[in-house]
Write a protein that binds this ligand. Sequence first.
Ligand SMILES: [Zn+2]
Length: 208
Amino acid sequence: MLFEGERALIFSPHPDDDVFGMGATMYMMAQKGIDVYSAYVTHGVREGDPERIKTRKSEAERACGIVGSKPIFLDVDYSLTSYEEMKDVYEKVNPDIVFINNRDMHPTHTRVFDLAKNVLKDKEVYLYEVWSPLKKPNVIVYFDEDIMEIKLKAMKCHESELKRRNFAEAFKALNIYRGILSEPFVRKYGAVGIGKGKYAEAFEKVVL
Ligand SMILES: [Zn+2]
């Protein structure tokens, strides 16, 4: 069992957080027939260079193609004061399953999380981890080498970001860490473990 519903919506602060944080889960949901939508809140280019924005969008489109997600670019202004665009996409997609980044240390992620609370208040959501690991994940999605290869392929679409930092290596390492260290929480402390494999993506199911 891997999340139940027809439509999944992922709020992603930048055009790559979804694939880095939960690319394997995205792929597995899409394979199961769930319509997966990636809502990219900002275009991820602070200085607003149009060429760079174009590059990041096409990288995100390619990555979505690999994991089976449909990209939606919200282009919320970088001042991040408006949540109308997030509300609109939420209403249009009308998802059964919602994912959002945890309130991590990156200021844009923190802001997106706080804004999204206006849209997702009192709703059940799954938090995924990007810039700060979750403290208490309670849903662990395991996967094997084959799916890691697909996730790596998708992450590597973000070439321009990978030139800055080796995110692909970092998130593979995080998935190994979760694969090894989640076992006691699944066995003893009530976390739900889904699937099998040496890698895992961790989530925290919460009501916002
Ligand atoms: Zn980000």
